[in-house]
Design a protein around this ligand. Structure first.
Ligand SMILES: Cc1cc2nc3c(=O)[nH]c(=O)nc-3n(C[C@H](O)[C@H](O)[C@H](O)COP(=O)(O)OP(=O)(O)OC[C@H]3O[C@@H](n4cnc5c(N)ncnc54)[C@H](O)[C@@H]3O)c2cc1C
Ligand SMILES: NC(=O)c1ccc[n+]([C@@H]2O[C@H](COP(=O)([O-])OP(=O)(O)OC[C@H]3O[C@@H](n4cnc5c(N)ncnc54)[C@H](OP(=O)(O)O)[C@@H]3O)[C@@H](O)[C@H]2O)c1
Length: 410
């Protein structure tokens, strides 16, 4: 690419003009990691972000007591680790401050308030056309970084519209202080459901957590070492099924038989289940002891919501003041990426890890590995390597054919 071009950030401010390098959709950890790795290789990029800040999931859609579940070395982005004085499990605000330092260290300046509405490859021109509400951006490369958890899943439960009290998804839950002494129905028992229920206990609320299915609960640590870290280490030497058996054996030694608490384990082991279905095991940070002491009540599936509460599958009926939907998240890729068969209808790549980062026609994905931030890091490195090779060796790029464009739409 000719060095006479204006720097990318300058061009971003104008209504139309030339941009350089790939377009990245999403300024979460994945988008930032991809931009940093590209920048480190001398390749510019432009991030389009629909919200008004980086890491918007973390800044705007998570609860106050959130801490990383995995030790920090498994959650750091490429090229810049967490500060040494951060604890083993950084808090939400520490994670956000790390993201901010990361963006500033690599001079990443996303274009905020740009919600990508459509992105489509034009086979005639060989460029991606990416439309937001204001602009059309055109580039040879499109990096999808909108996340596995882009939109809350809000299930339709019979009678929900009749319920008199507040109903909110965990993406809007901040703290149990809003629910002091209330009877709260928490629908879902993933990490969010467990932690929100635990948080509610701290404010003397009475959480009733709905467990409609099987679930793996594991201790966050085993004998002072991270369960995840132990599993990762064992996987280097032992087959996956054996590692699952070891983890479950130690988990039952530490936690006891969770089946007896209404938390029946799936037949498939926790790591195999995560790899195959994406279902994350719950890493216990205190909810289990609240379940054992009956402060968090485990309920079977909900049959219907009533005006004042809920009726359960076993016929029981209970009154509640509020309902919290800890029912998870989904990808939003199918709503905006058009004419591309790289993704399933659920917005996840059809190919699985470690090959899910690259599609055809200059399409890339970062952060869709079902492996959390560790997967993000490996995707970002692979994408940057691939694009850098093209950038540096492609004759078309050298004569500016690879320039991207931005056009004001209104
Ligand atoms: C409560 C909670 C706790 C978690 N804790 C951990 C953890 O401890 N460790 C771990 O590894 N993972 C954790 N995760 C998983 C989490 O998804 C990752 O940590 C991380 O946020 C993924 O980064 P990402 O950039 O891929 O996606 P996101 O963080 O979701 O970022 C995607 C960005 O894309 C933007 N975007 C979406 N659609 C568009 C569009 N159409 N146009 C423009 N911009 C768009 C969004 O606004 C967002 O800023 C947690 C998730 C949740 C919900
Ligand atoms: N501290 C942390 O690191 C932390 C904290 C929170 C979340 N996270 C991560 O964030 C991601 C999302 O976690 P999450 O807990 O929000 O979502 P999740 O893991 O997808 O769990 C969703 C839960 O909701 C249940 N559910 C969905 N629809 C339901 C319905 N109609 N009725 C009853 N139950 C229903 C699911 O049950 P089924 O299994 O039956 O579908 C499941 O128990 C995960 O990767 C998780 O690890 C991390």
């Amino acid at each position: 690419m000719g060095s006479s071009k204006k720097p990318q950030q300058e061009n971003q401010e104008s209504n139309s003009g030339i941009l350089q390098g790939p377009i990245i959709v999403g300024a979460g950890p994945s988008g930032l990691a991809a931009a940093a790795c590209l920048s480190n290789n001398g390749v510019p990029s432009l991030i389009l972000e629909k919200s008004d800040c980086i890491a918007s999931l973390w800044q705007q859609k998570t609860y106050d007591r959130l801490k990383l579940h995995l030790p920090k070395q498994f959650c750091e982005l490429p090229l810049m680790g967490f500060p040494e004085d951060f604890p083993r499990y950084p808090t939400k605000s520490q994670f956000i401050s790390y993201m901010e330092s990361y963006a500033s260290h690599f001079s990443i300046k996303p274009k905020f308030n740009q919600a990508v509405q459509t992105a489509e490859f034009n086979p005639v021109s060989g460029f991606w056309r990416v439309k937001t509400q204001d602009y059309e951006y055109i580039s040879k490369w499109l990096i999808v970084a909108t996340g596995e958890n882009a939109e809350p899943v809000v299930p339709e439960i019979v009678g929900m519209d009749k319920f008199q009290g507040p109903v909110l998804h965990t993406s809007l839950y901040k703290s149990g202080s809003d629910f002091k002494s209330q009877r709260v129905l928490v629908v879902g028992c993933g990490n969010s459901g467990m932690e929100v229920s635990l948080d509610l206990c701290r404010y003397n609320a009475i959480p009733h957590m709905v467990v409609r299915n099987t679930v793996h609960v594991l201790p966050r640590e085993m004998f002072g070492f991270s369960t995840f870290g132990i599993a990762m280490a064992l996987l280097k030497w032992l087959p996956l099924k054996l590692v699952d058996s070891v983890v479950l054996l130690v988990a039952s030694f530490i936690l006891g038989n969770t089946d007896q608490l209404g938390l029946k384990r799936p037949k498939t082991g926790p790591i195999e289940l995560k790899n195959v279905t994406g279902k994350t095991p719950v890493l216990d940070v205190g909810a289990l002891s609240q379940i054992k002491s009956d402060k968090i009540k485990v309920m079977e599936g909900v049959k219907e919501i009533t005006r004042n509460g809920a009726r359960f599958m076993n016929g029981q009926e209970k009154e509640f003041d509020s309902i919290i939907l800890a029912t998870g998240y989904k990808s939003n890729v199918p709503t905006w990426l058009k004419g591309c068969d790289f993704f399933t209808k659920d917005g996840m790549p059809k190919t699985s890890f470690p090959n899910c980062w690259k599609g055809s026609d200059g399409l890339y994905t970062v952060g869709f590995t079902r492996r959390g931030l560790l997967g993000t890091a490996s995707d970002a490195v692979a994408i940057a390597k691939d694009i850098t090779q093209l950038w540096k060796t492609n004759k078309d790029c050298r004569n500016n054919y690879c320039n991207s464009h931005v056009i004001l739409l209104k």
